[in-house]
Design a protein. Structure first.
Length: 592
């Protein structure tokens, strides 16, 4: 008898490896790679999590969607493989996870999109190898952390129905399919052992019929799709309750490509400002952090109640990164916090202004940081009416800081009053700005705004922790805001209410490398500048659009301690340093 010739899309498993009997997410299988990245739409209330192995978990759900690849030698499980790589495609939340298989890669891409007016998470799997593989798509009873609640339990058995177009779990569509699976099954047992045996899913739980249908109750559902070489298959995970309706069918072929979504996010991020640094990796991480601010700002929804340091941090980052509508909404909400007392800056002192109270009481540090962030942000929006509206509640907050001197440091009191000075500048009250700055100068000879930390070394350490996906831990928005403000403070910072310092801590490692800052937002105006090198001397080109008629001084003391200007546009050859420039790096390497 002659041996049958396999079809081009069949995979024969010829190398025997130890059988994987159970599988958790990557955070369990390889704890050093724990972490996840959020994907979704702009200002998404319920973004989807993607872990370092490509496991997808919809927001607040108890199940996840995993992917495995059957190659010519064995099954590959991304949760366990050491060859996994992950990267962000552009600045936005478009995440590609690469799994090394013989002679190539299997690529998993995940991103948010709208399909037929419905928000979805798109999953693309591409066979970028020259040989056919088998894709197994598995609904798993756990999330990216390996559990579904604080007690560490996993999901209970669910009722599954699988047909040619979708997977239904407990009456809700969880995955829309491009075509019928070649094999599918539902079971209470993990399908890994059966798949690794190489005999398909026959006899495993409730297996598929000839038309790809399967149904039954269990914790696991698995679908198998042949994937020829250089082929791509796409699935949709509905992210809204309406989209999960059984009567609502979505076609994966109508979803935009990952390239199109990436270009759209790049355009959104660039509108809020863009930094091009000698270290390309740092530039990319800064863009990713800004995109995270635009993706979801759940902790940033309210400044009432009990403000904390994260509220102030997110408010500053939002104002500086161009989230104008969100910041304006929060400031308007803040303006309604204390409507009972009239504020007149000409007669205001913290000692004579009677503060109302927050309930519950925030800390002095939280009050101080929030006061500075509110004033700074109000001026950055360049909305005189809104800045005027926040003056009264902001004065209440400043008075709270000053009235509790036992718990507030001098630096915290200064920061709070500086916030009020910024709000007065945004409201067009220069005399009040001068008086408030004079008051704090009497306490501290050189009052400075609170900064997050601006050394290149600390920023680079934080950047390395973000990984290839540009996410910090479980993609914490507060960590992203802190990192983005760190990078911004390397580019520019406000010395006072009339002076901007460019490149305040210019690193020696950056000498000889070009710098570009596009559309940087400040309470003093909008700034574009670039640094080019002529030998050891840096050339500075700038264009500044000030907020209001008052002159603004630009300085670049790190590259020329004597240069300054109030001109809105120009170029100058700065002094630089007579020290020789470092050797140019190889292409792709960092100046650091």
């Amino acid at each position: 008898m002659t041996e049958s010739i396999p079809r081009p899309t069949e995979v024969r498993l010829t190398v025997h490896r130890p059988t994987v009997r159970s599988l958790g997410p990557r955070s369990v299988e390889r704890p050093a790679d724990a972490g996840s990245t959020l994907v979704g739409l702009y200002d998404d209330a319920a973004p989807t999590s993607v872990d370092r192995g490509g496991l997808v978990q919809r927001s607040n759900e108890e199940w996840s969607l995993d992917w495995w690849i059957g190659a010519e030698d064995r099954w590959y499980f991304p949760a366990r493989e050491a060859t996994m790589r992950q990267r962000r495609l552009g600045a936005g939340p478009v995440i590609e996870t690469a799994l090394r298989v013989p002679r190539g890669d299997a690529l998993h891409r995940c991103y948010g999109a709208m399909v037929a007016g419905t928000p979805v998470t798109v999953i693309e799997v591409e066979n970028a190898s020259p040989t056919p593989v088998t894709l197994a798509l598995a609904v798993r009873p756990y999330g990216v952390t390996g559990k579904t609640d604080g007690r560490g339990t996993t999901a209970q058995a669910a009722a599954f129905v699988i047909d040619a177009h979708r997977v239904v779990r407990d009456g809700r569509v969880v995955v829309s399919l491009p075509r019928a699976a070649s094999d599918a099954a539902v079971s209470s047992d993990d399908p890994l052992i059966v798949l690794q045996a190489g005999d398909g899913l026959g006899g495993f739980g409730s297996s598929a019929s000839a038309d790809g249908r399967a149904h039954g109750s269990g914790s696991y559902a698995v679908l198998v799709f042949p994937l020829p070489h250089r082929a791509t298959i796409r699935f949709l995970v509905p992210t809204s309750a309406d989209a999960g309706s059984v009567g609502h069918t979505l076609d994966p072929s109508h979803a935009p490509s990952s390239d199109a979504v990436s270009r759209g996010w790049n355009a959104v991020v660039d509108r809020g400002g863009r930094f091009l640094l000698p270290d390309n990796g740092l530039s990319e991480r800064a863009g990713a952090a800004r995109a995270r601010l635009h993706l979801s700002r759940t902790p940033f929804e309210s400044l009432s109640g009990e403000p904390d340091a994260s509220a102030a941090l997110l408010l500053l980052a939002g104002a500086a990164s161009g989230a104008v509508h969100a910041v304006a909404g929060n400031l308007a909400q803040f303006a309604e916090t204390f409507p009972t007392q009239t504020f007149t800056p000409q007669t205001f002192t913290p000692q004579t202004f009677t503060p109302q109270t927050f309930t519950p009481e925030p800390s002095a540090a939280a009050r101080s940081s929030l006061a500075f962030a509110v004033g700074w942000s109000a001026a950055a929006l360049n909305d005189r009416e809104l800045a005027t509206r926040v003056l009264e509640p902001l004065a209440q907050l400043v008075a709270l800081v000053d009235h509790n001197r036992a718990s507030a440091s001098q630096e915290q009191r200064v920061a709070a009053v500086l916030g009020l000075a910024w709000a007065c500048r945004g409201a067009g009250r220069p005399d009040d700005v001068a008086r408030l700055v004079a008051d704090v100068t009497a306490l501290v000879p050189s009052p400075r705004a609170p900064t997050i930390g601006t050394s290149l070394a600390s920023v680079e350490r934080t950047s390395e922790a973000a990984g290839g996906s540009g996410a910090f831990g479980r993609d914490d928005v507060v960590a992203a805001a802190r990192f983005w403000l760190d990078v911004r403070n390397l580019m520019l910072t406000e010395v006072d209410t009339s002076t901007v310092e460019l490149l305040p801590n210019f690193a020696t490692a950056w000498r000889g490398g070009n710098v570009e800052v596009h559309h940087a937002r400040s309470p003093l105006g909008i700034l574009d500048f670039a640094v080019r090198w002529h030998g050891y001397r840096p050339a500075l080109l700038w264009e500044f659009t000030p907020h209001g008629p008052a002159p603004v001084q630009l300085r670049c003391s790190a590259l020329d301690p004597v240069w300054s200007t109030t001109e809105p546009k120009g170029e100058v050859l700065l002094a630089g340093s007579v020290d020789p420039l470092p050797v140019a790096p190889d292409p792709g390497d960092s100046f650091a």
